[in-house]
Design a protein around this ligand. Structure first.
Ligand SMILES: O=C([O-])[C@@H](O)[C@@H](O)[C@H](O)[C@@H](O)C(=O)[O-]
Ligand SMILES: [Mg+2]
Length: 422
């Protein structure tokens, strides 16, 4: 029996979608966020979808990978990973903004492989009439909880129309943002993106959130904007208030120093971002929670491997998010549905997004959670008109690499990126 499903072609389409002026430790989001949509065609006419970053270096590697995988069977994922590793031959990418830590050569392979793996799983599922959750071993939960992801933000981008969300620069405005997000989506946990204002201001915002939402777990993520001393001080002040503190300071060693002296667990999507970081993180006790992200952990199977390692070493698992579209959300939800030890509500930037490339209706938030799509494969369909529109937006917007720092400096030339800043 020959049941191979061979790849006959891959189309990679960079898209840009509107993004509000969200502030973080390295600057401010540009008016458009970039993604690349990966479509894989096969000899049986079944197509699959993946979604990933779209910075120029990554796009270049994706295009090389597209050639390398053409002709392969969509079931040969191990061989595909090996072929891409050989092709990349030790190259390392960068994420430009530095918010997802140091990218190693292994991490570069993982980033490139991920959207191809997801698209192949979409095809395998469509061919078998089964969902991606089924292919990954079967869902252990039928709804995947997400957290409200709050950002300090400006009213709108300078010189542009206001976006749909109010300014949020004070504790009261942050509480108002949380109220609207929780009321709209029903989120069951709240994360504040910090590292924007001096730590005492962010402590005040967290305290205001605590008072306004006594029953919801809270998280604060300053993206390594604090020194060890500052991180310990803030951690102690927020004793009993935070569910976890995310990436207070840079580096495995310094995270370990903070971890020893603060009461709450530390979480990361910056110092443990590739498999080679896990052993030293365990040895030093740097973190108790890893935020997984299939876009840079090498797809869904390798994210399950990460989950197993976390389980073995008694580490908790949560899920990280950048600005993303619906193909990514579908993949995240399938992965989260099959991962028993994903014990925290996942992050998503979903609430900040007003445009998408998928047909609407498949992915809905209900009480802060999303049900894994039931259809075969990922269960989402590409909206070709929307894809064409967002690709045109990419061509017109002029942004080719995410650069929160450069954009901030255009607005305030005196602004400098400093990690840690306080
Ligand atoms: O989009 C942002 O500004 C976030 O700061 C993002 O880039 C981070 O990678 C992420 O959300 C995080 O949890 O660190
Ligand atoms: Mg983070």
């Amino acid at each position: 029996m020959n049941d191979a499903l061979r790849i006959t072609g891959v189309t990679i389409t960079p898209v840009a979608f509107r993004d509000p002026a969200l502030l973080n430790a390295v600057g401010v989001h540009e008016p458009y966020a970039l993604r690349a949509i990966v479509e894989i065609d096969t000899d049986q006419g079944i197509t699959g979808l993946g979604e990933t970053y779209a910075d120029e270096g990554h796009l270049h590697r994706l295009r090389q990978a597209a050639e390398a995988v053409t002709g392969m069977d969509v079931h040969a994922l191990g061989a595909m990973y090996g072929r891409l590793a050989d092709m990349l031959n030790g190259q390392t990418g960068t994420d430009g903004h530095g918010l997802t830590g140091v990218i190693t050569s292994g991490g570069t392979v993982d980033r490139v492989f991920s959207p191809f793996e997801v698209a192949c799983l979409d095809i395998q599922g469509k061919a078998a009439g089964r969902s991606v959750s089924d292919l990954l071993g079967g869902a252990v939960r039928d709804r995947v909880p997400f957290s409200a992801y709050l950002f300090y933000k400006w009213r709108g981008h300078p010189g542009a129309e206001d976006d749909l969300w109010e300014e949020a620069l004070t504790p009261d405005q942050i509480v108002a943002q949380a109220r609207r997000m929780v009321d709209t989506y029903g989120f069951s946990a709240i994360k504040l993106k910090g590292g924007v204002f001096p730590p005492d201001q962010e402590i005040e915002a967290i305290r205001a959130l605590r008072a306004a939402f006594p029953g919801l777990p809270l998280r604060l993520d300053p993206n390594a904007a604090w020194s060890v001393e500052t991180a310990i001080r803030v951690g102690r002040e927020l004793d009993g208030v935070l569910e976890y503190l995310e990436d207070p300071t840079p580096g495995l060693q310094d995270m370990a120093r903070v971890a020893r002296d603060v009461p709450m667990p530390l979480a990361t999507n910056m110092c443990v971002v590739a498999f080679e970081h896990l052993a030293p993180a365990v040895e030093h006790g740097s973190v108790r929670i890893v935020l997984s992200d299939h876009h840079y952990w090498g797809g869904l199977h390798r994210s399950k491997l990460l989950a197993g390692i976390c389980d073995t070493f008694g580490m908790g698992l949560s899920m990280h998010s950048n600005s993303h579209l619906g193909i990514s959300l579908a993949a995240m939800v399938h992965l989260a549905a099959v991962t028993p030890n994903l014990t925290y509500a996942c992050d998503t930037h979903w609430a900040w997004k007003t445009e998408d490339v998928i047909e609407s209706g498949t992915l809905a938030f209900e009480n802060g959670a999303v049900r894994p799509p039931q259809g075969p494969g990922l269960g989402v369909e590409l909206d070709r008109d929307a894809l064409a529109r967002l690709h045109e937006q990419y061509l017109q917007c002029g942004i080719r690499n995410r650069d929160d720092t450069g954009y901030m400096q255009l607005i305030d030339p005196s602004w400098a990126k400093r990690i840690p800043r306080w």
